[in-house]
Design a protein around this ligand. Structure first.
Ligand SMILES: Cc1cc2nc3c(=O)[nH]c(=O)nc-3n(C[C@H](O)[C@H](O)[C@H](O)COP(=O)(O)O)c2cc1C
Length: 228
């Protein structure tokens, strides 16, 4: 029975696992302007956090991410060439939605629903089921697009459902936006993973920097103490 449930878990992870393969989602241009809220100050280059165990590679690492236009997917794919990690890509249940159409109307409505009632499960858009054996991981890297100053809604759904299971784990945060500062996404991550040990700093990669993300992720891995 144990073997069967382990086997099923592996299958579930394999379904959500898309370690570096592109998918069919549309590729759109990011907004030239911040749709809402002016840019927050640049993510401060905070020195390594002395409170965090400086040996994050001691256990296994999971990268969980969502990507609509594949910018975050590109970053995660590159990251996978530098670290040994399992990856899970979150997929909304409703396929084919263009979150950017009509001045980002769908994405905006999803974010507004969460802002209105962040404690209500019905505020979060449905995602495909993903089964993760959280006990297997010491470090979880959350990689997120920014939507209207917040974390993209489908990834918030995953964290709303599973953030409590990440208690005590080292949490790294990577955020991609067109131009907006990432303070709101950091706040979302901390709200949804209230007992995570957040590694500092978070990594902010603008859409215009995606092509050069390799050096940024390599430097970030050193800053958070992941790579010496
Ligand atoms: C619904 C929606 C809202 C967005 N809102 C913002 C925003 O407020 N500020 C910003 O700089 N970029 C915004 N963007 C752009 C994305 O954050 C940016 O293009 C990011 O790199 C996309 O990552 P992805 O390709 O992995 O989905 C938005 C994109 C979408 C689809």
């Amino acid at each position: 029975m144990k073997k069967l449930s382990y086997f099923l878990s592996v299958i579930f992870i394999a379904v959500g696992l898309c370690a570096c393969s592109p998918d069919d989602e549309p590729v759109i241009d990011p907004p030239a302007e911040t749709p809402e809220n002016p840019d927050s100050p640049e993510n401060p280059d905070v020195p390594d956090n002395p409170d965090i165990d400086p040996n994050p590679t001691a256990g296994k690492t999971l990268v969980v991410y969502y990507s609509f236009t594949n910018n975050v997917h590109t970053v995660v794919s590159d990251l996978c060439t530098q670290i040994d990690a399992d990856t899970v890509r979150i997929q909304p249940t409703e396929k084919g939605l263009d979150y950017a159409a009509n001045n980002y109307a769908i994405g905006s409505a999803q974010i507004q629903a969460i802002r209105d009632k962040p404690g209500d499960a019905s505020s979060y858009p449905a995602i495909d089921p993903v089964e993760v054996q959280f006990e297997a991981y010491d470090t979880i890297i959350v990689a997120a697009p920014l939507w209207w100053s917040n974390m993209a809604a489908p990834l918030q759904t995953f964290l709303f459902n599973h953030g409590a299971e990440m208690a005590g784990k080292r949490i790294g945060l990577i955020v991609s936006s067109a131009s907006s500062g990432i303070g709101g996404v950091e706040a979302d991550a901390k709200r949804l993973i209230p007992d995570g040990n957040f590694l500092s700093p978070s990594l902010w990669i603008r859409s215009s920097q995606i092509a050069g993300c390799h050096d940024m992720t390599a430097e970030w891995l050193k800053k958070i103490g992941y790579i010496k």
